[in-house]
Ligand binder design. Structure first.
Ligand code: NAI
Length: 488
């Protein structure tokens, strides 16, 4: 068994050394080779925009497991977040986080006797995290938000499988399908479709803004919530706040081939090098890693020792009872290591188990897999949305565009600005920016049309306007594959 190891930047090496000392003391490294890999700031500084070397990539791919500390993301410039890159290139599609009240970690909830214990499964590779962004005009930029049926299926199935394994009886889907009817609508639709394979698990859906309020008001009503990427990211940090902060939130990024276990907090540059960082998040993530590979005994020993330590007031400076001494990172894990074999007394202990490695290193696929949910549909081209960079007002734009459709199969049916209809009808209260959508639909008397006719229309429009992009309007088995404008 080989696990790729990237200590990270800032406090990363401090909490990683401490965590590995503890893991070694718990006997969790028997039969495991830790293989250091180069990832993070030092690699970015050498001009490698992925933030990881080819050798690091090859090692992670052959191990199938990566334990990582936090890594600095270069601000601005070409360097993308290494965390997002790693999840995406290795298809670690589900981000599993556990939020649980811990003894000795004071929060408004623990003080009120409210026990928090739930999981968030966040879709990890789609949504706005594609980072597909463009400047469209002087004043407008966009980020494309892609949600796919196979991507949604994968994360929902993972959530239900995890719920089944953990004995969780209710799974919620968080979403914003009331506004983003097609993208979040698909995410929710696939949640319901996948749920049908898990009849013993109750399901419900909740709009993400209400979910945030519910989590603050009554967090104990949730056991597992599955969410799209960006919403899942935000709700995860809210959830971390319920149990004492990011220092106590572990994270596993699970893929079919490669999985990444990491602390969710950042590099904490303000305390780096001082030896005072709280290693709990990385310890808890390592416990998830042990469970992932089948080392249930090690995971139970570690978790029980950590819980017993927290109960007894063992703490770093960022949490706990100020009357008890604040320990440095290494002293904290030393104290936890001394409690290996102990069980918590104030809450339930994790049942003893034995280590039985079930994880098998992945076999590298020959090529990217093509994944599908729906078979081929009957699609028809019925129009095109053409996006224009134009500084004139709609009163000029509309007749000009209409005149360009003369003698074509197309009719201008709608102009919208920032998604709000401004022509043929609109409100004088709608402010318009310099980026427009013009919708052209097939005239009733036109014959069959296809993509070629939309391209001919684009050619005509391009003689007069800058076209930023266009989207085909198609029906799928007779149903429109496009949304209406606000106010239409
Ligand atoms: P941060 O999480 O590093 O720090 C926020 C605050 O929390 C700071 O006051 C810090 O001292 C404290 N803190 C964080 N972890 C702690 C710990 N284990 N023990 C005690 N206190 C702790 O967030 P920030 O400042 O926004 O980001 C710093 C850098 O980390 C950035 O370059 C960012 O891109 C990167 N980052 C990396 C992540 C990762 O690798 N998964 C996640 C989040 C941020």
């Amino acid at each position: 068994m080989r696990i790729a190891l990237a200590s990270g930047d800032g406090i990363g090496p401090e909490i990683m050394d401490a965590t590995l000392d503890l893991l070694r003391a718990a006997g969790g490294l028997q039969g495991i080779d830790l293989v250091p890999v180069e990832m993070g700031k030092s690699v970015f500084d050498r001009g490698e925009t992925r933030g990881m070397t080819d050798a690091a990539i090859a090692t992670v791919e052959s191990c199938g497991l990566l334990l990582k500390g936090p890594m600095e993301t270069p601000k601005g410039g070409g360097g993308k977040s290494i965390n997002v890159t790693a999840r995406k290139i290795w298809n670690a599609f589900a981000n599993l986080r556990h939020f649980c009240t811990l003894p000795g970690v004071m929060t408004p909830y623990s003080r009120s006797g409210i026990s928090v214990d739930f999981f968030i499964v966040r879709e990890n590779i789609e949504d706005t995290y594609g980072g597909i962004e463009h400047r469209l005009s002087n004043d407008v930029v966009q980020c494309k938000r892609l949600i796919s049926a196979p991507g949604s299926d994968a994360v929902h199935r993972f959530a239900f499988e995890t719920a089944r394994r953990l004995g969780i009886r209710k799974v919620h889907c968080g979403h914003k399908a009331n506004i983003m009817k097609m993208t979040d609508g698909l995410f929710l639709e696939r949640f319901k479709a996948v749920a049908a394979d898990y009849p013993e698990i109750e399901t419900a859906d909740v709009i993400v803004d209400a979910l945030c309020m519910n989590l603050v008001m009554k967090p104990q009503q949730y056991r597992m919530i599955v969410l799209p990427n960006l919403q899942g990211d935000i709700v995860s940090d809210l959830a971390a706040g319920l149990v004492g902060g990011l220092g106590f939130a572990p994270s596993a990024n699970i893929g079919n081939h490669i999985s990444i276990f990491e602390a969710v907090h950042g590099t904490a540059p303000d305390i780096a090098g001082k030896g005072i960082a709280n290693p709990c998040s990385l310890i808890l993530s390592t416990i998830m890693l042990m469970r992932h590979i089948g080392n249930m005994g090690t995971a139970a020993r570690l978790e029980n020792a950590l819980l017993a330590s927290l109960e007894q007031g063992v703490r770093t400076g960022d949490f706990g009872d100020a009357a008890k001494p604040a320990l440095g990172t290494m002293e904290f894990v030393k104290q936890v290591a001394q409690r290996l074999g102990q069980k918590p007394t104030l809450g339930p202990a994790v049942p003893d188990a034995s280590d039985h490695v079930t994880f098998k290193p992945p076999v590298k696929p020959f090529a990217s897999a093509a994944v599908h949910t729906f078979g081929s549909r009957d699609t028809r081209v019925v129009g095109a949305d053409v996006y224009l960079d134009a500084s004139e007002g709609v009163a000029t734009l509309a007749p000009a565009l209409e005149s360009l459709t003369t003698g074509t199969p197309w009719k201008l049916t709608l102009i919208s600005n920032r998604g709000t209809q401004v022509w043929p009808t609109g409100s004088v209260y709608t402010d318009c920016v310099d980026y427009w959508r013009a919708r052209f639909e097939r005239r009733a008397d036109a014959g069959e049309v296809g993509q070629a006719q939309t391209l001919a229309l684009l050619q005509t429009i391009a003689n007069r306007y800058t076209i930023c992009s266009y989207e085909l309007l198609r029906t799928f088995d007779g149903k429109p594959g496009f949304s209406m404008a606000q106010g239409q």
